[in-house]
Design a protein around this ligand. Sequence first.
Ligand SMILES: [Zn+2]
Length: 214
Amino acid sequence: MPSFEAPYAFGTPQAKIPPPEHGLIPVVKRVHTDKPYVFITIDDGQVPHPMALDLMRRSKTRPTLFLTDRYVEGHRGYFKDLRDQAGATIENHTLSHPNLRGKPYEVQHKEICGASDAYQREYGKRPVLFRPPYGNYDDTTRKAAADCGIKALVLWTETINDGAMQFQTGTKLKPGDVVLMHFRKTFVEDYTAFLTKAKEDGMTPVPLEDFLTP
Ligand SMILES: [Zn+2]
């Protein structure tokens, strides 16, 4: 399994989150960098795979976890271990994974703030990044997220399913790409597919939070 040496000390801010436009937080699909860095993000939390911690530690990668509180409930210690022992970061992916687009402000605010409140309470740190379920959002989402303390809405450029990377364009990882996978039964295959492809394309996975700092 490929492993990666940090090109800088983790936690050293490399780039800041762009300021809000017209009072709306920015939507980030890819990170602006000319260096060979890519970002791995893992969503939902439905299957707390027992090999995840080992894979993250052995590969020296620090993913961003966009967690849905409904799936985190009952497994809070599992995700805390990924954070404390592998350096993963816990971010916001709503309370119950609804399609937010078109929903009233109150509904969106409750879904986003509810998860941020829970993670702040359980993990001692309030999320700064938010990923809308299904990638669906509207201006109300960007407003509600801002009001919950979120600084950026994060989408993705590639997905991994059943151990295979799926590209929106081309066949190689490029600087600034944000890769999406999920906590599923195929975690080992999916994570390994990412690590292998990153190595093959000369990219180093680094923490998203170092490039999207408030
Ligand atoms: Zn999701």
